[in-house]
Write a protein that binds this ligand. Structure first.
Ligand code: ADP
Ligand code: NI
Length: 220
């Protein structure tokens, strides 16, 4: 798609906005997460033939609207929408970026599939950052921030808890691998991302196995 507007200056402004909004975050949504997702989104966009401007912009802005960093998802999306409205862009591009960001999250796997190839690419890039070596570091960082332990063999398995127990109770970092991270490779949209996901998944699954071996006293 040929655009008449200065896409480079919009991307530079988006980077500045994202750095301001996310600079101090310690929940795994820091600027370097965004940086990795943008780089991966550009790589996937090239391989999949997706629009690089839309993918880069949505990747840059995708966590600014996160519920954890805003009063609500709606107010987060409003903040991004207001920012986009002030940019010299086509309205159709603004709407596309907002649509991607609004539908990005894992949500227990319950969100509808991404409508556009660009949305699929950005969602894949975000999910790939939650699979592999960096993802292991992010999971333990997040668990520490939340006050969860690394592992607890006495914790009831999730399916044995009531909904209230689950909401109010503690989880563990290792639980998070089983509840989410080890499921992500089957929720990848594009073929290019799938190949990367498989390899990273194998590494991460091997890590969790090894963790349990050492926990059970057999890791040597
Ligand atoms: P994203 O915004 O990338 O979709 P999340 O907001 O769910 O992801 O989480 C950000 C990072 O923190 C991810 O790497 C994720 O695996 C990790 N994380 C989220 N929730 C937990 C949790 N309960 N325990 C450990 N890590 C978590
Ligand atoms: Ni993210």
């Amino acid at each position: 798609m040929t655009r008449t507007t200065a896409t480079d200056s919009v991307l530079a402004a988006a980077e500045e906005f994202a750095r301001e909004e996310l600079g101090g975050d310690v929940t795994g949504h820091d600027w370097w997460h965004i940086h990795r997702v943008v780089r991966m989104a550009r790589h996937l966009a090239e391989r999949e033939g997706a629009d690089a401007f839309i993918c880069s912009l949505a990747a840059l802005l995708h966590d600014v609207a996160d519920e954890k960093l805003n009063d609500s998802k709606e107010s987060g999306l409003r903040k991004v929408r207001d920012w986009l409205d002030a940019q010299p862009m086509e309205e159709q591009d603004r709407a596309h970026v907002i649509d991607i960001i609004a539908n990005m999250s894992f949500n227990g796997g319950a969100n509808p599939p991404m409508r556009s190839l660009e949305g699929q690419v950005v969602q894949d890039a975000d999910r790939l950052d939650a699979i592999g070596a960096i993802a292991i570091a992010r999971a333990f960082l997040y668990a520490g921030w939340k006050g969860d332990p690394i592992y607890d063999p006495e914790l009831k398995p999730r399916d044995a808890m009531t909904a209230d127990e689950y909401r109010n109770g503690k989880s563990t970092a290792i639980n998070h691998f089983h509840e989410k991270l080890l499921k992500l490779k089957d929720r990848i949209n594009t073929a290019s991302a799938k190949a990367i996901a498989e390899e990273r998944h194998a590494y991460m699954a091997g890590y969790v196995d090894r963790f349990m071996q050492e926990w059970n006293g057999m890791g040597s």
